[in-house]
Design a protein around this ligand. Structure first.
Ligand code: C2E
Ligand code: MG
Ligand code: MG
Length: 635
């Protein structure tokens, strides 16, 4: 809405009269001079030129005023001066005609009318001086006596008095009118500003504070809570099921529902609390002056309860609920914006948890989530920056003590934290896209290594660890096939084995078993890792086409002292033999364990007692000359 502009200058009413009057005079001059000119023309009088001059001047002034009414003062001065000079000439040249004096009366009246009080007085003084000068002028033979002149002057002064009074009244009235106008304009402007202020700070539909005003209130409430060591609850409220109401019943009904919900929220909270609408079906409620968290919980339950009550709109009964997220200061000691964001996040969790409920934001779990997120980001950057490496741990054929293969184990050369083990970071990527990316990197790096070794005349079967999530990701088998073919175009000649956790393989046995079958067609071997830690049931073992069981190191380590573990290891070895599978024991930490495993009939062993996981180049050296610190099992 445009504001009325109080400074817009239009001609005031008096000015309009002046213009009309002057224009009338000029028009009259044109008509009269024209008519006189025509008459004189017919009798061929040379004075016709003067008449035409008059008519031309009158017409130009008339047009001038029509075009520039703002110039009325200037034109009035010119007109008065011309009339004065004319009448003065007539008065001085033909003083015997007394009625010429009356022309000055007309002139003075016109001066007051056209020039106003001050200008009128000056012109009046000029007229009196002219009359007196006419009386004393030599050779003109004045017809006026001193008494005539005295009365005339008195008359003129009285006329001036009348004009003065009239003028004063007029200017007072004008001033009053101007004041009224101004007052009116100020009122209009103030109302308008108030309206703008409402629009800027309050929601047009519901009349409660909007986002702008909320920011203000939130800052104030937070400052007060800090000062008084009080509690402040920032509640982000989003209606459940509002969109369908809007879609099915139209926006008019939707608006009425919002108005009603706003009313209910306001009723459910205290006078000091703030209810604001952010737009759509989103509200924020600030609960202030709380003594304890329970008080806040009570208010929230009341809010949910009130909103859940059916709403009657005309003939229809509508029902909706709300999801509320709450950030509680000072438990969550953050600034206003962050509190609002946390409340929003918590609201989202309330929605996820099934709606029609509130969720309190938990700063500790948020910190955990943030550091998790940060770790993922670091891993992503580390992967791109080549900070990851594969270490290789040898596997020995227990009977011949010859190298039977190796297991590739991922390591992270962290720029600040040093060499990190999978336990430090693999959990973070579990079931994420990044786990797949890391897994793909492991496959590619392992194949690169196998190629490099083959080039150097060093061949050995290599096992890699692949997570079930990665295995089940779309395109896993074709991608693996590509990698396998880099090593050998013919299936069956790939020296790669995949270790998948027994527990993970059990999760979706049908799917995993078909994936295992597809990989085996590529000539890739399969081992069930950490075997014994899951159910180890015969039924599923018969469904999975694996070639190796890796006995979990926890059984191997303690089997000499723990009868149960001993039995488990024996059982797994027997199971492997029954299913015609290889059996690899992890955790071979000592010569004694090595000997026991050998006696039990286990075929392959892997463990720190044999060798720690090591970089690729070291493995080749180790193979050529076993480490002096090791068990020297390679004889
Ligand atoms: P895993 O597949 O069972 O690998 C064996 C783990 O046991 C390795 O730990 C190895 O260093 C450790 N180990 C071997 N022998 C002994 C021993 O005698 N004593 C003891 N105390 N430990 C021994 P690491 O490298 O920390 O790996 C831990 C787990 O992380 C692995 O268990 C595997 O499940 C996972 N992992 C390792 N590399 C990868 C990978 O590239 N991808 C995936 N998805 N998982 C991996
Ligand atoms: Mg493994
Ligand atoms: Mg294992």
């Amino acid at each position: 809405m445009p504001l009325p502009n109080p400074t817009a200058s239009e001609n005031p009413p008096l000015q309009n009269y002046k213009i009309a009057f002057l224009k009338g005079i000029f028009l009259l001059a044109v008509v009269l001079a024209g008519a006189l000119g025509l008459y004189r023309f017919s009798v061929a009088d040379p004075l016709v030129a003067i008449d035409l001059l008059f008519a031309g001047a009158g017409l130009s002034l008339w047009l001038y005023l029509t075009r520039w009414p703002g110039q009325v003062e200037g034109v009035a001065t010119i007109a008065l001066a011309a009339a004065f000079v004319l009448f003065l000439a007539a008065f001085l040249l033909a003083p015997q005609r007394g009625n010429h004096l009356s022309l000055f009366f007309l002139l003075s009246a016109a001066a007051f009318f056209l020039k106003g009080m001050r200008g009128g007085l000056w012109w009046l003084a000029g007229i009196i001086v002219a009359i007196v000068a006419g009386h004393f002028a030599q050779g003109t033979g004045s017809v006026f006596s001193g008494a005539d002149i005295g009365t005339t002057v008195l008359y003129l002064v009285a006329l001036a008095g009348v004009f003065y009074y009239h003028e004063t009244m007029k200017s007072e009235e004008l001033a009053r009118q101007r004041e009224d106008d101004l007052r009116h304009q100020i009122r209009v402007r103030m109302e308008h500003e108030k309206q703008l202020e409402r629009l800027a700070h309050y929601d047009a539909l519901t009349g409660v504070p909007n986002r702008v005003m909320l920011a203000d209130r939130l800052a104030q409430s937070l400052a007060r809570a800090k000062r008084d060591h009080g509690l402040l609850a920032v509640c982000y409220l989003d209606l459940d099921g509002f969109k369908p109401i809007n879609d099915q019943h139209g926006h008019a009904v939707g608006d009425r529902v919002l108005v009603e919900v706003t009313r209910r929220i306001r009723e459910a909270v205290r006078e000091d609390d703030t209810v604001a609408r952010l737009g759509g079906d989103e509200f924020v409620v600030l609960l202030v002056g709380l003594q304890a968290t329970e008080e806040c919980v009570g208010s929230l339950q009341r809010l949910l309860e009130r909103i859940r009550q059916p709403i009657r709109i005309g003939e229809q009964m509508l029902q909706l609920s709300a999801s509320i997220g709450v950030a509680l200061y000072p438990d969550d000691e953050e600034d206003a914006d962050t509190l609002l964001r946390h409340a929003d996040q918590a609201m989202y969790l309330a929605k996820l948890a099934g709606k029609n409920r509130f969720h309190l934001f938990d700063p500790a779990s948020d910190r955990r989530a943030r550091s998790h997120h940060q770790l993922l980001q670091e891993i992503r950057l580390g992967l791109a920056g080549g900070e990851f490496a594969l270490y290789y741990q040898p596997k020995l054929d227990l009977a011949t003590r010859r190298l039977a293969g190796a297991e590739a184990l991922i390591r992270w050369n962290h720029p600040q934290r040093g060499l990190l083990l999978p336990g430090d970071f693999m959990r973070a990527v579990e079931n994420t896209e990044l786990e797949i990316e890391l897994g793909e990197w492991v496959v590619a790096t392992a194949v690169d290594q196998l190629l490099a070794w083959r080039e150097a005349g060093f061949r050995l079967p290599l096992a890699i660890n692949i997570s079930a999530y990665h295995m089940q990701s779309p395109g896993f088998v074709p991608r693996l096939k590509e990698q396998a073919q880099r090593y050998s175009p013919q299936a069956g000649e790939c020296w790669l084995q995949i270790e998948v956790l027994e527990t993970a393989a059990l999760d979706d046995i049908a799917r995993i078993s078909s994936l295992i079958a597809a990989c085996r067609e590529l000539g890739i071997g399969f081992a069930l890792d950490d075997f014994g830690s899951g159910y180890s049931s015969l039924t599923y073992l018969s469904q999975l086409d694996v070639d190796t069981l890796k006995i979990d190191q926890s059984f191997v380590r303690d089997m000499q002292t723990d009868k149960g573990d001993h039995a488990v290891v024996l059982g797994i070895i027997a199971l492997a033999r029954a299913f015609d599978m290889h059996c690899v024991a992890e955790g071979v930490e000592s010569e004694a364990i090595f000997q026991v495993l050998l006696q039990m009939g286990c075929t392959v062993g892997q463990g720190n007692g044999i060798a720690l996981p090591m970089p690729a180049a070291e493995l080749v050296r180790w193979h050529a000359a076993p480490q002096p610190g090791g068990l020297d099992l390679l004889s």
